[in-house]
Design a protein around this ligand. Structure first.
Ligand SMILES: *Cc1c(COP(=O)(O)O)cnc(C)c1O
Length: 248
């Protein structure tokens, strides 16, 4: 078996075990392979192994891979911070956007979604970690934002997404995921039906699945450690400075 197939098998095994522990059907959980900073060949290898959903954080880098792959049945998810001057490219080339956290960006995506494409699938990103995280709207503003985004014609609002501050203790990992699920349920009860919880990454997918995740976004566990991103400001996807000279 290739490294790619081994890693994929390890991840699908983790999903199956976590689902079984939670009494859930593993088929309810969509695996998104987060291919940021990975070359098109690595994406191709995973596509050949059967993965059909890919997540990208950087628009320019993503467009190159979307073009290079050119397979019509691949579903592309945008999961990174969104600058207003990138909304047209995102609305044109992606199927899902998980990182909408303000109305102005949602309005631009709706206005710019091409008429010949189906509605853009949207998750509202919510910050469940307070000061420890910069991305996402406040939980208290989520209900009003959901109501406003749900009215935009070229978007289909599907659910909520979160990226909690990293935690190694599984009990602590689960807490923000539980709160995101509660928030989504509260919103669904009072108006807009939400069917998607985008939560869980390489280090916390078990906690996310236990808490009800329907989409997990997995990078490192599928591709190995990330290589520095040529297109991202700051050099690496993690926001840490790239190792410069090899000297300690
Ligand atoms: C990079 C990234 C992931 C994947 O992280 P891993 O820890 O490598 O699995 C998931 N979601 C978002 C928003 C990311 O930026």
């Amino acid at each position: 078996m290739s490294t790619t197939e081994n890693r994929l098998q390890a991840v699908t095994g983790r999903i199956a075990r976590a689902a079984a522990m939670a009494g859930r059907n593993a088929q309810e959980i969509t695996l998104i392979a987060v291919s940021k900073t990975q070359p098109a060949d690595a994406v191709r290898a995973l596509a050949a192994a059967g993965i059909r959903q890919f997540g990208e954080n950087y628009v320019q880098e993503a467009l190159e891979k979307i073009q290079a792959l050119d397979e019509p049945d691949i579903i592309w998810h945008f999961i990174g911070p969104i600058q207003s001057n990138k909304t047209r490219a995102i609305a044109t080339h992606f199927d899902w956007v998980h990182s909408v956290d303000r109305l102005a960006i949602a309005e631009r995506l709706s206005n710019q979604r091409p008429d010949d494409r189906p509605a853009l699938q949207i998750c509202l990103q919510v910050n469940m970690s307070g000061e420890a995280s910069k991305s996402g709207c406040e939980p208290t503003s989520a209900p009003a934002l959901v109501a406003a985004i749900a009215r935009l014609p070229r978007l289909q609002l599907r659910g909520l997404m979160t990226v909690p501050a990293p935690q190694s203790d599984p009990a602590l990992q689960r807490e923000p995921f539980d709160r995101l699920r509660e928030l989504a349920h509260a919103i669904s009860r009072t108006g807009t039906m939400l069917d998607t919880l985008s939560m869980g990454m390489s280090d916390d997918l078990e906690a996310a699945i236990a808490a009800g995740s329907t989409m997990i976004r997995i990078g490192t566990a599928l591709f190995g450690a990330r290589v520095p991103a040529a297109h991202s400001p700051g050099g690496t996807s993690s926001g840490q400075p790239a190792a410069s000279s090899g000297q300690q």
